[in-house]
Design a protein around this ligand. Sequence first.
Ligand code: PGA
Length: 244
Amino acid sequence: MKIVRARDYDDMSRKVANIISAQVILKPDCVLGLATGSTPIGAYKQLAEWNHKGDCDFSQVSTYNLDEYRGLSHDDPQSYHYFMKTNFFDHVNIDQSRTHVPDGSNPDADAACKEYDRIVAEAGYPDLQLLGIGNNGHIGFNEPDDHFSKGTHCVDLTESTIQANSRLFDRIEDVPRQAYTMGVQTIMFAKMIVIAANGPAKAQAVYDMCYGPVTPKCPASILQLHDNVVVVADEAALALCPKE
Ligand code: PGA
């Protein structure tokens, strides 16, 4: 794994945006795997700025997001689809028909997940997959478990994830208890993975991901087995890692 040290959140965001921008410049019709959460917002803003300047053209790019809350429709303001629109898609020249998020409004979990796997496979899997990491080492909504997941599936969110995500809801009771998420195996099919982390709450998870045993107890640790992973993290998130 290549570790790129950033000074702070803004520096991390620019570095992540630079890597994504390079991917789009090198392959204008690339497939991007995208993530929600607080971590990538700065990178999305930076990419939108470069897009407006004419430096990064998303007109031929396709995107596949990692996950969506089960039970929320695409236009629900708490949905990840809505998050992507308001934080990224509405601010760049992407063809929105090429943007994909699992269909949280489909109550048939099996059908929703199978369909998502089908379209991600048909797209040939992401050229670049952007990830955040949970305080507990989750990637997408693949929570610590006794096995690594394969394709898209429905998960029960852990208490720690519900707690962490409740900051975006009025009340903790409003946080959905389930989500559809790409599986770990699907994430590993991406040709390149960029995982971003900032802040002291991520320090243990980042250390476990990079230096701990490869175990489903820390889902992100599987990334040690991928041959093209870049970790972009700020000093606080790297506090427990050796300075190489
Ligand atoms: P965050 O979430 O970016 O909001 O910290 C990351 C994650 O849970 O994957």
